[in-house]
Ligand binder design. Structure first.
Ligand code: BG6
Length: 471
């Protein structure tokens, strides 16, 4: 049988993780504390003022810091073409505002890159993934302070200088549009959300956008082969009814999210956003230098995709699923995961088309997956998980990626989220599993940390081997 596929040659299949959710070793090798080290209950919980506490699974996570070579070998067995991981800012600059980096931290990522090179896996590096150094949060109130731009710039320059010859694909900020929704986890902003004014939040957003653009400018100078991407949380919004008031509400919700990609791809703030600021009575501090920096636009747009939401102008019950930080109302046509995230494969095709039509930049799906409770069983004497539900979810979504490619959308690659089980960002659980590889660790911290390929491991290997023809 001849296998046919719509996925282009060289399509970057792989998986994604973030440092704080896999590495552990939170105080090893000179690493400073990050905001994650004081968030034992996840990004939607409150930080612990007393510092790291034993109930925080991220302190040890899945011990990738010591097991990276074996884990990367497992990724290679699936045939990964790329692996997305983040660099823990506080491994490189323990407090965040130092002039000189921590060599031990830099050396760790050299070793990770060595392993990836050994297996011919292309690295895809997130510079900042919800792990701002805690010192920057406590001393400067995170991204509310303009000083953060300079600290981030120094950090990004250090990374480009050190790894620029080895790493082609870079993402500046993970889900940059989550800042207004999760200010501490996303932006290192210590002031409690209830006390934060919108003026401060939007100013923080501006600082991140400028920092992202400056990183792009620096990369052009010191790592000319680098491809720089922004990264946004994507979530198609559907009108709950055909009432124009609902459709208008959808447009406004879309604008609130699309502004980040608009600025990253066009280099200026769009009119609808300036109107929002004006109507809210917000006057941003934007310097001439900022405006100039913002013109350094990205090479590609990357995004996460887990679910869609509905919106209405009228009163409606908001989605109550744990970890859905973006709000919205339930869509009566869709099923939801155990965590209340509504499952919508077609939404991925819609988002791919929307972003491509709007920005005409190559797109990279850098997160997608199903968080589910898994049962470890023995099949023919081998420990595994029969995760047909995960295979169905991923298969359905990838079929829609194929549809979008056939629609003419330029898609660089696909990295499924949490390719190895890790600690959840929103709820800090290990039982919310996404991986192709089961990690023996439980929510109470018990477990051997042993790795066991799941059924989906073999399914994904076949998808990659056939470049999507087996879907
Ligand atoms: C994204 C984040 O929001 O979603 C990841 O970039 C996160 O860090 C992923 O893990 C899934 O969310 P959760 O809350 O299930 O871990």
């Amino acid at each position: 049988m001849t296998e046919t596929t719509v996925f282009p040659e060289g399509f970057l299949w792989g998986g994604a993780t973030a440092a704080n959710q896999v590495e552990g070793a939170y105080d090893v090798g000179g690493k400073g504390l990050s905001v994650q080290d004081v968030l034992p209950h996840g990004g939607i919980g409150s930080p612990r003022s007393e510092g790291p506490t034993p109930d925080n699974l991220k302190l040890e996570a899945i011990d990738f810091y010591h097991r990276y070579a074996d884990d990367i070998a497992l990724f290679a067995r699936m045939g990964f073409k790329t692996y997305r991981f983040s660099i823990a800012w506080s491994r490189i600059f323990p407090k965040g505002d130092e002039a000189e980096p921590n060599e031990e931290g830099l050396a760790f990522y050299d070793r990770v890159l060595d392993e990836l090179e050994k297996h011919g896996i292309e690295p895809l590096v997130t510079i900042s993934h919800y792990e701002t150094p805690l010192h920057l949060a406590e001393t400067y109130d995170g991204w509310v302070s303009r000083d953060l731009i300079g600290f981030y710039e120094n950090y990004a320059r250090t990374l480009f200088e050190r790894y620029g010859a080895r790493v082609k694909y870079w993402l500046t900020f993970n889900e940059i549009n989550s800042l207004l929704h999760a200010p501490f986890m996303s932006g290192g902003i210590s002031t409690p959300k209830e006390q934060l004014g919108e003026q401060a939040l939007y100013q923080a957003m501006h600082h991140e956008l400028v920092a992202s653009a400056r990183a792009t400018r620096i990369a052009r100078e010191v790592a000319p082969n680098a491809q720089i991407g922004c990264m946004v949380l994507s979530m198609p919004v559907y009108p709950l009814s055909p009432d124009p008031a609902d459709v208008l509400q959808v447009m406004k919700s879309d604008h609130a999210n699309l502004v980040y990609g608009d600025v990253h791809t066009r280099g200026v703030y769009p009119g609808y956003f300036l109107r929002t600021l004006h109507e809210k009575g917000i006057a941003l501090d934007i310097t001439d230098q900022d405006r100039d920096d913002l013109t350094n636009t990205v090479d590609f747009v990357s995004f996460s995709y887990y679910m869609s939401i509905a919106e209405t102008a009228g009163p409606a019950k908001k989605v109550s699923g744990a970890g859905n930080i973006m709000g919205g109302v339930p869509n009566p046509t869709l099923e939801a995961s155990e965590w209340g995230w509504q499952i919508d494969p077609v939404g991925l095709r819609i988002v791919l088309n929307q972003f491509w039509d709007r920005w005409q930049k190559p797109l990279f799906i850098v997160e997608n997956g199903l968080g589910a409770k898994d049962q470890l069983v023995e099949v023919d004497g081998v420990k595994t998980v029969v995760d047909d539900y995960r295979i169905a979810y991923l298969n359905d979504h990838l079929v829609q990626v194929g549809e979008a490619i056939t629609d003419g959308v330029d898609v660089l690659g696909y990295t499924s989220w949490g390719c190895i089980d890790l600690v959840s960002a929103s709820t800090a659980q290990l039982s919310k599993r996404y991986g192709f590889i089961y990690v023996d660790r439980n929510d109470d911290g018990s477990g051997s940390l042993a790795r066991h390929p799941k059924k989906s491991f073999h399914w994904y290997a076949e998808v990659i081997r056939t470049n999507g023809a087996s879907l």
